[in-house]
Design a protein around this ligand. Structure first.
Ligand code: TXA
Ligand code: MG
Length: 326
């Protein structure tokens, strides 16, 4: 994983002055990971339009699954470019944005985000943070920043630059040190893509404050956690029947290689690189699904992917896609 500068074993610690913000934006533009302060917790930021950069997030966090990520933007105009802003969303946005609220909304067809951000779902989790440093970076960067909490998977969310450095160390390019996070608790997540609105995670805004505006609020809560959309066994399945760990010798199947293409129809990564494979995974699965009938194939076969590093998340996703349907 690249570091700045390449010889140091800790990430660059950037200040919140003009120069620090410019450097942070430069690194984001280059597809690097930059931890940044928000009012809730520190986020592990990457350019949300860049597949490789988003793949690095999962790698750095050591996430064994492709949980969808929260996208951060500067203003409502940017939200509307990415997702359909429903009436409920508008009401909540007026009251709570910028602030510790994340809305799940339906993606627009021309959203421009990496499919890794939404992990193949038709919806996206999005928020406008109100931390001045996050705002500054978002405005100067000018595009959407994907940022889960900046901790290794399964660890506590970081509320200081020091927490981030301890958890992610040299796995990231830089940390912008904006001091301690004022809220210190992740954002509340509300699915406002449909009625009634659904509370998916308790967070920085009390549920009564939300339901005062939305009316009845269905809750879909696992205490302290999101009712993770990726956890149902066949949730992300393509329509076509899919088999994993195949030797790709069956020409009646649409074949996805890992490594050199050979006779296969697609490869996750020609050079057998896991980060590249993760970055390509969702696009290739969508594409394969669409091509199946056109090419007269009976299903999709995928070659074995090494069970290490990002391969764990790739295999998790493939196993879900291959799981028997309900
Ligand atoms: O306060 C916060 O929300 C922080 C700061 C950095 O903004 N971010 C954060 O992100 O807590 P993360 O990745 O740790 O949690 C995001 C949660 C995940 O559990 C994920 O399942 C859920 O949001 N999520 C993302 N996209 C979703 C979607 N389309 N539908 C439902 N849940 C979604
Ligand atoms: Mg988290």
């Amino acid at each position: 994983m690249s570091q700045v500068p390449p010889t140091q074993d800790r990430p660059a610690c950037l200040s919140t002055d003009e120069q620090g913000i410019a450097r942070a934006c430069g690194l984001l533009e280059q597809g690097e990971l930059v931890a940044l302060p928000t009012e809730t917790v520190y986020g592990l930021g990457a350019d949300a339009r860049n597949d490789q950069a988003c793949a690095k997030i999962f790698e750095a966090k050591g996430r064994p699954t492709f949980n969808p990520l929260i996208v951060h933007v500067a203003d409502l105009a940017q939200v509307a470019q990415i997702a359909d802003v429903t009436d409920t969303a508008r009401i909540l946005a007026d009251r709570f944005w910028p602030g510790p609220l994340t809305l799940v909304l339906r993606l627009r067809p021309d959203h421009g985000l990496s499919p890794l951000v939404s992990a193949g779902l038709p919806t996206v989790a999005i928020r406008i943070p109100n931390h001045p440093v996050a705002q500054n970076i978002l405005r100067r960067f000018g595009g959407p920043i994907a940022a889960p909490s900046a901790n290794r998977s399964g660890r506590l969310s970081p509320t200081s630059a020091e927490h981030v450095a301890r958890s992610l160390g040299n796995r990231i390019a830089a940390i912008v040190d904006g001091g301690p996070c004022p809220v210190g608790l992740e954002s509340s997540i509300v699915d406002a893509s449909q009625k009634p609105a659904k509370l998916l995670r308790e967070g920085g805004i009390a549920r009564e404050e939300i339901s005062a505006l939305t009316g009845a609020l269905v809750s879909d809560l696992t205490p302290g956690r999101v009712a993770a959309p990726g956890q149902m066994s066949s949730h992300y399945a393509p329509n076509a029947p899919l088999r994993i760990n195949q030797d790709l010798s069956d020409p009646t199947r649409l074949r996805i290689a890992f490594g050199p293409m050979g006779d296969a129809d697609f490869t996750l990564s020609e050079k057998g690189d896991l980060r590249e494979a993760a970055a390509a995974l969702f696009s290739i699965l969508h594409h394969a699904d669409a091509e199946l009938a056109l090419r007269g194939k009976t299903g999709i076969d995928v070659a074995p992917v090494p069970q290490k590093g990002l391969g764990l998340a790739i295999n998790d996703r493939l196993m879900r896609a291959a799981a028997p349907r309900d």
